[in-house]
Design a protein around this ligand. Structure first.
Ligand code: HEC
Ligand code: HEC
Length: 433
């Protein structure tokens, strides 16, 4: 009996050793990129993924209804189909990435990464924006290269560093034989699964993701105690000394409380020093001339041309490295910041503005200039931005604010007090074409 146990024990040790060796071997075989950028599991659609109520303080009802296109009316069944597709990895080439991989409900439909990671560890050049309130965007993407949510939905599916399909029909084929989908498409569209209807359903779901009900909304509605004194000072700074209203408002003096954007594009100096943009722009012109939306999409997300921003749409020199003014609602939950995810905290973004970018940049928007904001002013602006967090993210938001505050107490890589309180630097002229 005893000797049997001994034999079994030895066998177990050998087995464990063998498995260890096998694991080692497998790890050595795996390419380095997948080891470091392994695709996390696709999130499940929990309560934060559910279509939002229209009864929210601050929600503009007429404007919300006006976002629904005539050829894609909202129905609950279509929205449910769209939600299902949004979370379904089977739309991607290897099943590992869904829309929700990079637009996670828990992170206000962003991914928490500087730049997004798609199938097979492919790393993009751009930061994933929130889908909350994307229905109000006049254009989609950081450079506004498409207008509608329907047009937008096709591009990540066929982008090699996102969902990696060769074309939309390949994604349709991946789900076309699943009875649930056959039934849902036939109920909603009276047709079998197909590309245009697939993007319609996803867009219809996205048009239910409005997000208001923030302390700031209650403040505007007349509850003067809804935001604290610091956030209230922040609101004054936002519209005066901070000059934020120059871009994060409809016009300089008409606030856009729906989404805090002028729906325009500006070069505010993000990322520009790392690239030689003028020779890049010359190379990019041909690509833009081709008018091929998937090629421009690949360039914008997967190549060095990404930094050219709005230029990739307009070929205007003045649009070099200009990006869309983003919505500021729920911004506390969407770190890291800017189109390239280059800033970790809201304090860092405020330091960036305070020094007026601080580098010689011929394309810099004239409204970017040193702001002479004191440390308390920056705290007030951050308090204001935090007050734009919808109640859906109240608890996570409080944690995130504490995390960012702690980080900002130890590191402020963008702070440059001399520049912030100095004169506006002379802007170099744009290079001759
Ligand atoms: C691999 C990550 C990834 C996947 C998968 C992905 N996205 Fe995105 N999404 C991004 C990034 C990054 C951007 C910004 C790209 C740009 O501006 O060039 C973006 C932009 C968007 C925008 C524009 C928002 C705005 O404010 O301009 C929408 C809408 C959107 N995605 C919806 C979707 C949908 C729908 C799917 C699935 C069909 C999807 N995304 C799949 C990363 C991803
Ligand atoms: C000249 C126009 C302009 C002005 C003035 C301006 N912004 Fe912006 N803001 C933008 C643009 C454009 C972006 C995106 C830039 C990029 O990613 O390259 C942006 C990005 C941001 C972001 C990051 C959002 C995200 O999702 O990554 C925050 C936060 C922000 N702005 C807040 C402010 C505040 C607060 C002020 C005032 C102190 C301000 N902005 C002034 C145009 C402007």
């Amino acid at each position: 009996m005893k000797s049997w146990i001994r034999i079994l024990r030895t066998l177990r040790v050998w087995l464990a050793l063998f498995i260890l060796l096998l694991a080692r071997f497998a790890a050595a075989q795996a390419p380095a990129t997948t080891a470091t950028n392994a695709q996390p599991a696709i999130p499940k659609p929990g309560p934060l993924a559910a279509p939002r109520s229209l009864q929210q303080t601050g929600l503009p009802l007429a404007q919300t209804r006006a976002t629904i296109p005539a050829d894609n009316p909202q129905t609950p069944e279509k929205v449910a189909l769209g939600e299902k597709l949004f979370f379904d990895g089977r739309l991607s080439v290897d099943g590992t990435a869904a829309c929700a991989s990079c637009h996670q409900p828990d992170l206000a439909f962003t991914d928490g990464k500087a730049t997004s990671v798609g199938v097979k560890g492919g790393v993009g050049q751009r930061n994933s924006p929130t889908i909350l309130n994307a229905l109000y965007n006049k254009t989609q993407f950081w450079d506004g290269r498409v207008q509608t949510l329907e047009q937008q939905a096709e591009l990540p599916i066929i982008n090699p560093v996102e969902m990696g399909q060769t074309n939309l029909d390949a994604a349709v084929a991946a789900i076309a034989n699943i009875p649930e989908y056959q039934m849902a498409f036939s109920n909603v569209f009276q047709r079998p699964p197909n590309g245009p209807d697939l993007t319609r359903a996803i867009a219809a779901y996205e048009r239910t993701l409005f997000s208001f009900n923030a302390p700031f909304d209650r403040f505007v509605a007349g509850d003067t105690n809804a935001i604290d004194a610091s956030a209230q000072r922040g609101w004054v700074l936002f519209n005066k000394q901070g000059r934020c209203n120059k871009c994060h408002a409809l016009t300089d003096d008409q606030p856009n409380l729906v989404s805090f954007t002028d729906n325009d594009f500006h070069n505010i100096g993000v990322g520009i020093i790392r690239h030689k943009v003028v020779p890049l722009a010359r190379q990019a012109e041909q690509l833009v001339n081709s008018g091929n939306a998937p090629s421009v999409d690949r360039a914008a997300i997967g190549s060095e041309f990404s930094v050219l921003g709005r230029f990739l749409v307009t070929k205007q020199m003045t649009n070099i490295a200009a990006f869309k003014t983003p919505d500021l609602r729920n911004v506390l939950m969407t770190a890291p910041y800017f189109h390239d995810g280059s800033q970790d905290t809201l304090w860092d973004t405020m330091d960036h503005y305070n020094k007026g970018d601080g580098v010689q940049n011929p394309f810099l928007d004239p409204d970017i200039q040193p702001l002479a904001l004191k440390e308390e002013d920056i705290d007030d602006l951050v308090a204001l931005l935090a007050s734009l967090t919808s109640d859906d993210y109240k608890e996570q938001g409080a944690k995130e604010l504490a995390r960012q505050r702690a980080l900002s107490r130890t590191t402020r890589p963008q702070r440059d007090t001399a520049r912030a309180f100095g004169p506006k630097p002379v802007q170099p002229p744009p290079p001759k074409p």
